[in-house]
Design a protein around this ligand. Structure first.
Ligand code: SF4
Ligand code: SF4
Length: 329
């Protein structure tokens, strides 16, 4: 079950990459920038700017799940079976099913169209989500098929999968991007739904695998910098000390990724409240200070990077947009 395929990405590993976003994740991070990737099931969304008000969808829906009023479309998600009929019938493409079942062969044929970009840039294919570990048998099969075609592969994971799921991915992943969000287990549970011991065990497992296999592999750690949650010197110091004590010899990069509020529309379309709806972008100075804290935490200072927009780099306030597909961050 794939959410979408995003081409020409420069954020998900080296070079120009095609990123395959999986649906399904065991964590529910309060700040999640891809809320439509958490559920493993397909989900219906409505984009009001495309709707011409023809009401075709209302009569097409076999479950009477839709209601259109001046306030917009209401989707009764308790009744909706995600059959997709309304989206197929909608002449304005205002209704869209998020999530589509693919076969490994079809996905390989799709992403291999970008091989020329990979070869000229040193890029490849990244599996992200959601969490590829949530569909590990399929993800492992896809990675294996991509490697057999000679493509560079990367896995971007939240790390909260069964160890056996990781074992299905690691033999075919030239690179792992692993999220390390919070070191305090209580805070981790409060903000993501689960404490972090399994994640730390899995990260040690990734590092052990890389140490015991000679062919070159890369491990990047990614920490989302979220105001009021992960964005503290205490947390960054604790993460750096853990990296230094456990996996310093294997990690090649530690990215601090600035909070982004461009996903507000995604929550609205899914009828979800987002606790960070009104949170502004971070000040550039906050990111610089945390990066300096990271460099002094015991890791190799040369592996610390920052990414994402900050308030000083944004001339006008963030505007809500109706372009869902452009917002995967
Ligand atoms: S079918 Fe599409 S365009 Fe017509 S009312 Fe429904 S959502 Fe709007
Ligand atoms: S996906 Fe199917 S059940 Fe859900 S609103 Fe559309 S037609 Fe109705």
């Amino acid at each position: 079950m794939i959410l979408e395929i995003v081409r020409m990405s420069t954020e998900d590993g080296p070079g120009i990459r095609t990123t395959v976003f999986f649906k399904g994740c065991a964590l529910k991070c309060a700040w999640c920038h891809n809320p439509e990737s958490i559920s493993p099931q397909p989900q219906l969304v409505w984009m009001g700017n495309r709707c011409i008000g023809c009401r075709t969808c209302l009569s097409a829906c076999p479950e009477n799940s839709l209601d259109l009023s001046e306030a917009g479309m209401t989707i009764d998600r308790n009744r909706c079976t995600a059959c997709g009929i309304c989206a197929e019938e909608c002449p304005g493409t205002a209704l869209e099913m998020l999530g589509k079942a693919w076969t490994v062969d079809a996905l390989v044929n799709e992403v291999i169209k970008d091989r020329a970009y990979f070869e000229t840039s040193g890029g490849g294919v990244t599996l992200s989500g959601g969490d590829p570990g949530f569909q590990s048998e399929f993800a492992g099969g896809l990675l294996k098929a991509l490697r057999e075609k000679g493509l560079h592969t990367a896995v971007d994971t939240c790390g909260y999968c069964a160890p056996e799921a990781l074992d299905r991915l690691l033999p075919y992943a030239a690179m792992v991007l692993f999220d390390l969000k919070l070191m305090d287990p209580e805070a981790h549970k409060r903000f993501t739904g689960h404490a972090n011991p399994r994640i730390l065990d899995n990260l040690r497992r990734v590092a052990d695998y890389m140490r015991s296999h000679l062919h070159p592999r890369q491990l990047w750690i990614r920490t989302p910098i979220i105001p009021g949650a992960t964005a503290s010197a205490e947390n960054i110091t604790a993460i750096g000390q853990w990296i230094s004590a456990n996996i310093n010899d294997v990690v090649t990069r530690w990215d601090l990724c600035a909070f982004n509020n461009l996903c507000r529309d995604k929550y609205r379309r899914l009828d979800l409240q987002w606790p960070f709806h009104d949170a502004p972008l971070l000040e550039a100075s906050v990111m610089e200070d945390l990066a300096e804290t990271a460099r002094q935490s015991g890791v190799n200072p040369d592996i610390v990077f920052t990414s994402g927009a900050t308030r000083l780099q944004t001339e006008s306030p963030q505007r809500e947009t109706d372009d869902v597909s452009a917002q995967n961050v």
